[in-house]
Design a protein around this ligand. Structure first.
Ligand code: AMP
Ligand code: ZN
Length: 119
């Protein structure tokens, strides 16, 4: 991927981001348009389009991403009151950036899981 992908460019240091944690294989940085007092994106450095591709392609890396998310949640003081970790995927999921990223949201009550009931 590389130059066509916004988050690959953040990994490469070509686009600035507020990085809160980095491992050999993952990166966590603050969302540019936060939807909660804490809103951090956690990505694998390697490009996978979405969580299905990551989970099927490299389950160990998916686990490392979860470990980074948990460490950030602890650093941000979210373990006591809780948080939400989500992967928007594809058209129905509202995914806008096609480099897999977990949204870590917390710091206030987050309300219902969905804005409206679509069942
Ligand atoms: P999604 O709709 O799940 O693909 O979410 C993409 C997220 O990326 C949104 O919450 C955006 O605010 C966020 N975003 C877009 N560009 C940047 C950037 N340059 N740095 C940090 N977050 C970004
Ligand atoms: Zn990418």
């Amino acid at each position: 991927m590389g130059s066509d992908c916004l988050f690959c460019r953040i990994v490469a240091g070509e686009i600035p981001a507020t990085i809160v944690r980095e491992t050999d294989t993952t990166l966590a940085f603050r969302d540019i348009g936060p939807k909660a007092p804490v809103h951090v994106l956690i990505i694998p450095k390697e490009h996978y389009a979405d969580v299905a591709m990551l989970g099927q392609g490299d389950p160990a890396l998916a686990g490392e991403l979860l470990a980074t998310a948990a460490a950030v949640a602890e650093d941000e003081g979210l373990l006591g009151d809780g948080f939400r970790l989500m992967f928007n995927t594809g058209t129905y999921g509202g995914q806008e950036v096609f480099h897999v990223h977990a949204h870590l949201l917390g710091g206030a009550p987050l309300g219902p899981m969905l804005a409206r009931d679509v069942a």
